[in-house]
Design a protein around this ligand. Structure first.
Ligand code: C2O
Ligand code: CU
Length: 550
């Protein structure tokens, strides 16, 4: 294991991710940001300088558990103070588990401004992956809007709310084309793209015939749920969120914001053609052209268009199909098993609400507000009045009808946090429900910081006590992100064994902005060595000035 050192600067650049020039939040002038590549057990030392002109920044290492370094989790108001313009912060953390991860901004909606990149952890020296491949490619998927995140954030928190709408394009490794198709000559009715910038040229994967490739795929989308398919080639799923899964083969796969996968693809098709990789929208009525990339077999020129049209994305509202894909994800044999019982169970109802005419998302009727002083500091140093210390609700009314709009749509807002007994086993039932409008219930991918959890099961309608007997304790997959389907529930179990304060939230950026998240804390008294730079703001900042550091 070694220490890998990085020096990064975050700042806006002009770029044309989908052939239209916009401001993009970049790292060292690159969009997406540089890929971090390390080996399991390595330590990352990453000096992040903020060169934005007028706002703070933080970066979250999505899927890295931050054992012993909760202050490096990169969540503004939770694990650290935002880094001010012209200031630097040293992220220091261990990447302890091989897998496909990514990183992204976690302050306001900076992820949607383009602040993301890949983080890939290889097995440590002498270890082997439990599957074989000859080469690999990395595909970081995202969606892209032409309105600035400032416009988006103000709209979402206006009264009445201005919704951001569907993205203008989907990007593969930061490249896409807006409102046109690379496959226009093969797809009747679509208009041809004019590639006006190098930034929007399609991604080409150069392969050799009869080899097996590992495709690492992660989704950093702001809103879109995606489906990925490769013309003529099937895919064998082997990894999800940095955990091995029991291999299964599919023709297309869903991927929700915050998820990552590895699939194996064998290049066993005829070599006289190139093939499309197609990425389209699921779960919302799409208004965005699919993103396309090219698998290039020699001796074809990379620019030669595949012979057939790109694989069609399954119908956006074919939820049965999405469920059947998701339900197939199970732990690989030999993976860690969950404890047989939980010490505590909480149920979290997801609803869309109103608060004085503002539209919010709420959990058990509490919409998340973030405090000025990061929890990690205020909890660790027992500061009074830094956040609402009332215990948040651990369930919701037993007569709540999840199939209908709420009778009372009002919600409150709070900074309160769930505090768990250190090392206890927690079950969380995520319960979906009808939104404000009749007959609307959306997909929400929930992401937990600081832990992986076992996904014990899913169901339709309201979770009932008897559903506990259907929990999969035999081979539940370990994940850090899991989806709740419309009107359904998802059950997960984790061990609260990581001292710190951790966000648990819907990974859809506008939903989180509208309060769709909660804060978990455990063992905070055991947290050691919080660098003062992480807490030099708010009430912990004052504490430091008064030199009261215990
Ligand atoms: Cu990738 Cu809290 O998020
Ligand atoms: Cu959501």
């Amino acid at each position: 294991a070694t220490v890998r050192r990085f020096k990064w600067e975050v700042g806006y650049i002009y770029a044309s991710p989908d052939c239209e020039e916009k401001l993009v939040m970049a790292i060292n002038g690159q969009f997406p940001g540089p890929t971090i590549r390390a080996k399991a057990g390595d330590t990352i030392h990453l000096q992040l300088k903020n060169t934005l002109h007028t706002e703070g920044v933080v970066i979250h290492w999505h899927g890295i558990r931050q054992h012993g370094t909760p202050w490096a989790d990169g969540t503004a108001s939770i694990s650290q103070c935002a880094i001010n313009p012209e200031e630097s912060f040293l992220y220091r953390f261990k990447v302890d588990k091989a897998g496909t991860y990514f990183y992204h901004g976690h302050y306001g909606m900076q992820r949607a401004a383009g602040l993301y990149g890949s983080l890939i952890v290889d097995v440590s020296d002498g270890e082997e992956e439990p599957f074989q491949y000859d080469g690999e490619f990395n595909l970081l998927l995202s969606d892209w809007y032409h309105t600035s995140i400032y416009d988006q954030m103000v709209g979402l928190s206006s009264r009445p709310m201005k919704w951001i709408g569907e993205p203008q394009s989907l990007l593969i490794n930061g490249r896409g084309q807006t409102n046109c198709s690379l496959a226009a000559s093969l797809v009747p009715g679509s208009s041809a793209c004019e590639l006006t910038s190098k930034d929007c040229e399609p991604v080409v994967l150069k392969v050799l015939p009869n080899k097996t490739y590992r495709l690492r795929i992660a989704s950093a989308t702001s809103l879109a749920s995606l489906n990925l398919a490769i013309g003529n080639h099937s895919m064998t799923v082997v990894e999800a969120d940095g955990n091995y899964v029991e291999p299964f083969t599919v023709d297309d796969m869903d991927i929700y914001s915050g998820e990552s996968y590895s699939v194996l693809v064998t290049t066993n098709q005829k070599t006289s053609s190139n093939y499309w990789i197609s990425v389209g929208v699921r779960g919302r009525k799409p208004n965005t052209q699919s993103a396309l990339a090219i698998i290039n077999y020699p001796p074809n020129a990379p620019s030669k268009l595949p012979e057939s049209s790109p694989p069609a994305t399954p119908l956006w509202n074919d939820y049965a199909r999405s469920k059947s894909f998701t339900y197939r994800i199970l732990a690989r044999q030999g993976a860690p098993k969950p404890p047989p019982n939980a010490d505590k169970r909480i149920a979290l109802l997801n609803t869309q609400n109103k608060m004085d005419g503002y539209t919010k998302w709420a959990i058990n009727n509490v919409s998340l507000a973030l405090p000025a002083t990061p929890y990690l500091g205020s909890m660790r140093y027992h500061l009074k009045n830094a956040f609402d210390t009332k215990i948040p609700p651990e369930s919701f009314p037993s007569d709540y009808d999840v199939m209908r709009p709420a009778k009372n749509q009002n919600t409150t807002q709070s900074t309160n946090a769930y505090v768990f007994q250190f090392n206890s086993t927690i079950d969380v039932i995520l319960q979906n429900a009808n939104a404000i409008a009749e007959n609307v219930s959306e997909i929400h991918p929930w992401h937990l910081h600081g832990h992986d959890f076992w996904v014990l099961g899913y169901g339709d309608g309201r979770f009932q006590e008897k559903d506990v007997s259907t929990f999969n304790l035999k081979n539940p997959p370990l994940r850090n992100t899991v989806v709740i389907f419309p009107y359904g529930w998802t059950a997960l179990r984790f061990i609260a064994d990581n001292p710190g304060v951790w966000a648990f939230h819907c990974h859809i950026e506008p939903h989180l902005h509208m309060g769709m998240g909660v804060v978990f804390a455990e063992g905070v008294e055991n947290v050691r060595n919080v660098p003062t730079e992480a807490i030099t703001c708010g009430m912990t900042g004052k504490m430091l000035i008064n030199n009261h550091l215990p």
